[in-house]
Design a protein. Structure first.
Length: 131
Protein backbone atom coordinates (compact mmCIF):
# COMPACT_ATOMS: atom_id res chain seq x y z
CA UNK A 1 0.00 0.00 0.00
CA UNK A 2 1.26 3.45 -0.88
CA UNK A 3 0.93 6.20 1.74
CA UNK A 4 1.07 9.80 0.55
CA UNK A 5 2.96 12.16 2.86
CA UNK A 6 1.74 15.55 1.67
CA UNK A 7 -1.24 17.53 0.52
CA UNK A 8 -3.09 16.05 -2.42
CA UNK A 9 -5.06 18.27 -4.73
CA UNK A 10 -6.97 18.16 -7.99
CA UNK A 11 -9.08 20.67 -9.85
CA UNK A 12 -12.10 20.32 -7.57
CA UNK A 13 -10.42 20.28 -4.17
CA UNK A 14 -7.55 21.88 -2.33
CA UNK A 15 -5.73 21.32 0.92
CA UNK A 16 -5.55 23.68 3.89
CA UNK A 17 -3.78 24.09 7.21
CA UNK A 18 -5.12 26.53 9.80
CA UNK A 19 -3.93 27.21 13.34
CA UNK A 20 -6.87 28.16 15.51
CA UNK A 21 -9.65 27.16 17.86
CA UNK A 22 -13.14 25.82 17.34
CA UNK A 23 -15.58 28.69 17.87
CA UNK A 24 -17.66 27.77 20.90
CA UNK A 25 -20.21 30.56 20.66
CA UNK A 26 -23.04 30.94 18.17
CA UNK A 27 -22.41 33.65 15.56
CA UNK A 28 -24.74 36.10 17.31
CA UNK A 29 -22.98 35.72 20.64
CA UNK A 30 -19.54 36.11 19.05
CA UNK A 31 -20.73 39.27 17.22
CA UNK A 32 -22.01 40.78 20.46
CA UNK A 33 -18.71 39.97 22.13
CA UNK A 34 -16.48 41.42 19.37
CA UNK A 35 -18.52 44.52 18.54
CA UNK A 36 -19.86 45.15 22.05
CA UNK A 37 -23.48 45.29 20.84
CA UNK A 38 -26.75 43.86 22.11
CA UNK A 39 -29.70 41.91 20.64
CA UNK A 40 -31.67 45.11 20.06
CA UNK A 41 -28.89 46.55 17.89
CA UNK A 42 -28.78 43.36 15.79
CA UNK A 43 -32.54 43.32 15.26
CA UNK A 44 -32.49 47.01 14.32
CA UNK A 45 -29.74 46.37 11.75
CA UNK A 46 -31.71 43.45 10.30
CA UNK A 47 -34.77 45.67 10.01
CA UNK A 48 -32.79 48.48 8.35
CA UNK A 49 -31.39 46.07 5.78
CA UNK A 50 -34.86 44.58 5.23
CA UNK A 51 -33.41 41.08 5.22
CA UNK A 52 -35.36 37.84 4.91
CA UNK A 53 -32.47 35.79 6.29
CA UNK A 54 -32.68 33.92 9.55
CA UNK A 55 -31.01 35.69 12.44
CA UNK A 56 -28.27 33.03 12.52
CA UNK A 57 -27.51 33.41 8.79
CA UNK A 58 -27.52 37.21 9.08
CA UNK A 59 -25.18 37.12 12.08
CA UNK A 60 -22.91 34.55 10.41
CA UNK A 61 -22.44 36.78 7.33
CA UNK A 62 -21.91 39.86 9.49
CA UNK A 63 -19.43 37.95 11.65
CA UNK A 64 -17.45 36.78 8.62
CA UNK A 65 -17.29 40.38 7.30
CA UNK A 66 -16.19 41.62 10.73
CA UNK A 67 -13.52 38.93 10.99
CA UNK A 68 -12.28 39.77 7.50
CA UNK A 69 -11.99 43.47 8.41
CA UNK A 70 -9.96 42.49 11.49
CA UNK A 71 -7.73 40.05 9.57
CA UNK A 72 -9.18 36.99 11.31
CA UNK A 73 -9.56 33.84 9.22
CA UNK A 74 -12.51 31.49 9.57
CA UNK A 75 -12.96 28.01 8.18
CA UNK A 76 -16.07 25.82 8.28
CA UNK A 77 -15.07 22.22 8.90
CA UNK A 78 -17.43 20.44 6.53
CA UNK A 79 -17.22 17.07 8.26
CA UNK A 80 -18.18 18.39 11.72
CA UNK A 81 -19.96 21.64 10.88
CA UNK A 82 -17.74 23.51 13.35
CA UNK A 83 -16.22 26.89 12.60
CA UNK A 84 -12.50 27.31 13.22
CA UNK A 85 -11.16 30.81 13.87
CA UNK A 86 -7.49 31.61 13.65
CA UNK A 87 -4.86 31.99 10.97
CA UNK A 88 -4.26 30.06 7.75
CA UNK A 89 -0.78 28.61 7.46
CA UNK A 90 -1.40 27.20 4.00
CA UNK A 91 -4.28 26.79 1.55
CA UNK A 92 -4.95 27.41 -2.10
CA UNK A 93 -5.19 31.14 -1.26
CA UNK A 94 -2.27 31.42 1.17
CA UNK A 95 1.32 30.27 1.00
CA UNK A 96 3.65 29.95 3.95
CA UNK A 97 7.23 28.79 3.95
CA UNK A 98 8.54 26.73 6.83
CA UNK A 99 10.48 29.67 8.26
CA UNK A 100 7.18 31.52 8.68
CA UNK A 101 5.60 28.85 10.89
CA UNK A 102 6.40 30.56 14.21
CA UNK A 103 5.15 33.89 12.87
CA UNK A 104 1.87 32.25 11.76
CA UNK A 105 1.51 30.58 15.16
CA UNK A 106 2.08 33.92 16.92
CA UNK A 107 -0.56 35.60 14.72
CA UNK A 108 -3.05 32.85 15.56
CA UNK A 109 -2.24 33.17 19.27
CA UNK A 110 -2.86 36.94 19.14
CA UNK A 111 -6.17 36.44 17.32
CA UNK A 112 -7.61 33.85 19.67
CA UNK A 113 -6.50 35.63 22.85
CA UNK A 114 -8.19 38.83 21.58
CA UNK A 115 -11.39 36.78 21.27
CA UNK A 116 -11.13 35.51 24.83
CA UNK A 117 -9.70 32.05 24.13
CA UNK A 118 -6.55 30.66 25.71
CA UNK A 119 -3.42 30.16 23.62
CA UNK A 120 -3.36 26.62 25.03
CA UNK A 121 -6.62 25.97 23.11
CA UNK A 122 -4.80 26.38 19.76
CA UNK A 123 -4.78 23.36 17.46
CA UNK A 124 -3.63 22.68 13.93
CA UNK A 125 -6.44 21.75 11.55
CA UNK A 126 -5.66 20.19 8.17
CA UNK A 127 -7.79 18.76 5.43
CA UNK A 128 -9.17 19.24 1.96
CA UNK A 129 -11.95 21.48 0.77
CA UNK A 130 -13.97 21.95 -2.39
CA UNK A 131 -13.06 24.98 -4.43
Amino acid sequence: MKIRQGFVSNSSSSSFCIIGVVMKEESMEMLKKILDINDEFIFKKMSEENTTETIEDFCQEWLEETFEEKGIETHLMEDSGESVIGNYVSSWEYECSSHDAQLEFDKAKDIVTQLGYSASDLKIFVGTQCC
